[in-house]
Each structure stands twice: as structure tokens, then as C-alpha cells.
Design a protein around this ligand. Structure first.
Ligand code: ZN
Length: 444
């Protein structure tokens, strides 16, 4: 089944700058999935690198690495432009290319090809005069080796290599083979396993390599933009692929004078956490769902009667797809939960926060947020409104559940958002209208 209709998407084609600490105010529309474009720019002059992830939808190492660069890095010198999800429709479909291989459409594309606009738009970004170099992130099979060793280690494999199309082009960073050589030398010093070490692969595209002449990187170098294909081995699990991509990308940063800070440690476990932690989406600015350990199904989530959905997330790999009356939530090519909506009118003009005693301390909490509770909480009464604590043992949909001291054991576990039974929903209604939701997470 191909997911292309009724996609609720949260990024417009406008340039969007992601900051690291908050949900960004991204807008949504009922439209086909389009790629997002993130600019991390510093105040210090320097070069600009464009990173492309997800040109092929079945290469999660590349698009997860690009997404992490867009959300967990801060650039302190130079600029980083990132398109983490170029072929988003293929990413959620776990397909190399729903409409054929997007990375073979850069020499020639018919105007009725469904990928036509994507190719035209990314070409425009590549040709922007600010862009000094392009890194295209891939996951390739096996391990590239110059000489045939065995089935998985030979010249027709791609993994653990840096691809250049030719030795050099005329550009300050145009010494392609030389740059790749230096990067490979530096990263190999950090890689213990011989099998996992990188090689350079010069595809000598202009000497008649027909396949490679149709690619994004060759389009770039034909237009005097230095470009490299980064290939990590598909033999690794995703987090390990992402780790290697980031190791290579950071080495390119160094070479091109780009300085940065990152939120996590560059190690296998640090990268694994960066991929799997803080997986949250916000709906209509009123509902936060923490999906790190989400149940397979989330039921009775209050959606707008008119079905208008604004999906906000720090992470650009989220998509919400309507499917037989429910919604599938995708995180990259992982299908993480089904949301079963219950439709309400929203109380748009009403309160946008509630007061909660969290372990005895009163705090004002906006809708669409999550609180952390050690022992107990009490929701303060909301004027003319009803507090509904989903899964609370004494729950009575018609009764107000404000002013009750509630502990974790007061919940029926099957109503939690997460499989571990630690996260629950506080919902506020004004008569029949939905006002908003706050999540409670018990810390144990
Ligand atoms: Zn690829």
C-alpha cells in the first residue's frame, strides 16, 4: 500500500530554521509530502555545506544522520544547510524510490514525472551561490574495496566509501580526490575494525559512467560545485550507520573550517539515544504525544471536528498519514503508532494553560506540554470547565476531576500513552468543547 494521499505534513517549502530547545512553529497543510530545508547559520563568516539525506527512501542511516544534524547541532562558524528527507514519500513507504530512483533523474527528467518538482527545487538549492560543497548521504551494500576479496568486499559494493566523480574541478574546494583522501585518512585513525575502515571510490563519471552521470553529485560538479557521496554500510544497524555518517561529516566540517557544538556524545550509544529519545509530536498546539515508548494504538485522541491538523515536531522525519479513519504516525521509515481520533469542537478562545500541584509545588502548565511527577499531582479547578484524567480509577467522564490528589497507582495502566504505564493524559473540556491536554509522566 502506497501512502501518498491525505498526508498531513508539517513543513512548508519556506526556509525553516530549527532551534534546538523548543518545538518550532511549523505550519501544516493537506498536501503531498515535501522535503524540509533547514539552515543552521552562525554569525562567524565561513563556508556553507549542503547536506542531503533521504534521496533514496530505504537508506535510514543517511536520513537519520541528516535529521540529527538539523536538530542537535549548533553551528558556531560557517553555515550548514540541510535537507534531511529529500524523498519523504519513499522514506515512509520504505522504498528506494516510489516513482523510480530519484538519484538517476538529475541529467534528464520528464515534466510529468512526479519527482519533477523535487528535482527542480533541490537543483536550485545546490546552485545557490552560497553553497560551497554538497554531501549526499547514502547507505550502500557491503563494503567497497578496490580489489575483489569476496562477495561482500569488492569493487561493486558501496559501503564505507567516499565517492567522488573525478579527481578535481575548478573551485577553491575543488580538489575532490585529495579532500576525500584526507578525510578517509583522518577517520580511519578513529576506526579500530579493519572491515569498517573507509576507502575512496572515484567513479570516473565523465569517462563514460552512464549511471553515475544521472546523479545529484554529478549534476553538482558539472555546475562547479564540489560534491561527495558518503556511503555507510547497510551491514550495520541504523544507529551505527548514523554514527559513521556523523564521523565523516564532522571531518568534512574540520576540513572546510566549519565549527559546531552538538548536544550528545559522538559514540554508538550517544547516537542511539539521539535517534530514540525525545520523540514527541505536538498536535494543534494543544496536544503533546510522547512517542518514545508509544503503545501501538492511541485511542480517543481529541481531534478537531473540521479535521484540520497542525503537526509540530522538533524532528523533521515525522509524518501523519490518514488511513481508514485513523492516523498512522511515521518516524522516518518506522511506523510507530496509530492514532484513533475522537472529534470535538475546540475551545479556541478559552484557557491555554492549567495550574497543577506537582509533588506539592504549584505550577502553571501550558497545553501541549508534559510534566514530570515523582509521587503525586493535583490539577487545580478550571473555571467553567471540566478536568478529565484519562485512565484515573475513579474516572467519570461527566465529573470534574480537579482537586484530587493522584498517584501512579490510581491509574489503570492500559490507558497510558506509553507501554511502560508511566505517561497519562490530563484533558480539559468546556462543556462539549475540547480545551487542551497536558501529559503527566511519572518518574520512577
Ligand atoms: Zn543511496
Amino acid at each position: 500500500m502506497l501512502f501518498k494521499k491525505h498526508i498531513i505534513f508539517f513543513l512548508t517549502s519556506a526556509l525553516i530554521i530549527l532551534t534546538s530547545a523548543c518545538f518550532c512553529n511549523l505550519c501544516s497543510a493537506n498536501q503531498d509530502l515535501r522535503f524540509s530545508f533547514h539552515k543552521l547559520e552562525s554569525n562567524k563568516k565561513g563556508s556553507t555545506i549542503l547536506i542531503v539525506g533521504g534521496i533514496q527512501g530505504d537508506e535510514p542511516g543517511g536520513f537519520n544522520a541528516a535529521s540529527i544534524l538539523a536538530t542537535r547541532y549548533k553551528i558556531t562558524k560557517g553555515n550548514l544547510w540541510i535537507i534531511p528527507n529529500l524523498n519523504f514519500i519513499s522514506i515512509i513507504n520504505r522504498s528506494r524510490g516510489v516513482y523510480g530512483d530519484l538519484n538517476r533523474k538529475f541529467a534528464d527528467i520528464s515534466s510529468d514525472d512526479p519527482d519533477y518538482n523535487t528535482v527542480a527545487e533541490i537543483k536550485k538549492v545546490i546552485l545557490n551561490k552560497k553553497v560551497d560543497a554538497v554531501l549526499n548521504l547514502h547507505d550502500g551494500s557491503g563494503f567497497y574495496r578496490k580489489k575483489h576479496i569476496d562477495e561482500m568486499h569488492n569493487p561493486s559494493r558501496w559501503g564505507q566509501s567516499i565517492i567522488v566523480d573525478q579527481e578535481k574541478i575548478d573551485h577553491p574546494f575543488g580538489n575532490l580526490a585529495e579532500t576525500a583522501k584526507e578525510v578517509v585518512k583522518n577517520i580511519n585513525l578513529k576506526i579500530k575494525s579493519n572491515e569498517e575502515k573507509y576507502s575512496i571510490h572515484n567513479t570516473k563519471t565523465c569517462d563514460g559512467n552512464k549511471e553515475m552521470s544521472k546523479t545529484l553529485t554529478y549534476f553538482a560538479i558539472c555546475n562547479s560545485k564540489p560534491a561527495f557521496g558518503l556511503e555507510v554500510s547497510k551491514s550495520f544497524l541504523t544507529y551505527k550507520r548514523v554514527y559513521y555518517h556523523l564521523l565523516v561529516v564532522e571531518t568534512f566540517f574540520k576540513k572546510m573550517g566549519i565549527e559546531f557544538e552538538r548536544e550528545f556524545e559522538l559514540s554508538f550509544s550517544g547516537v542511539k539515544d539521539a535517534i530514540n529519545k525525545d520523540i514527541q509530536i505536538c498536535l494543534n498546539n494543544k496536544i503533546l504525544l510522547d512517542l518514545e515508548d508509544a503503545r501501538k494504538q492511541l485511542r480517543y485522541i481529541p481531534f478537531r471536528k473540521d479535521k484540520k491538523i497542525e503537526l509540530n515536531s522538533r524532528n523533521p522525519l515525522f509524518a501523519l498519514v490518514e488511513y481508514q479513519g485513523k492516523y498512522r504516525v511515521f518516524y522516518g521509515n518506522r511506523d510507530i503508532t496509530y492514532i484513533y481520533p475522537e472529534y470535538f469542537e475546540y475551545d479556541e478562545q478559552g484557557v491555554d494553560s492549567i495550574n497543577i500541584l506537582i509533588d506539592g509545588v504549584e505550577k502553571k502548565i501550558n497545553f501541549g506540554k508534559m510534566i514530570k511527577v515523582k509521587k503525586h499531582f493535583v490539577v487545580k479547578p478550571v473555571k467553567n470547565s471540566r478536568v478529565n484524567i484519562i485512565g484515573f480509577i475513579g474516572e467519570n467522564k461527566k465529573k470534574d476531576e480537579a482537586n484530587i490528589l493522584i498517584r501512579k497507582n490510581d491509574f489503570i495502566k492500559k490507558f497510558s500513552v506509553d507501554k511502560s504505564g508511566l505517561i497519562y493524559r490530563i484533558e480539559v473540556y468546556k462543556e462539549k468543547k475540547f480545551s487542551g491536554m497536558v501529559l503527566v509522566k511519572f518518574i520512577i
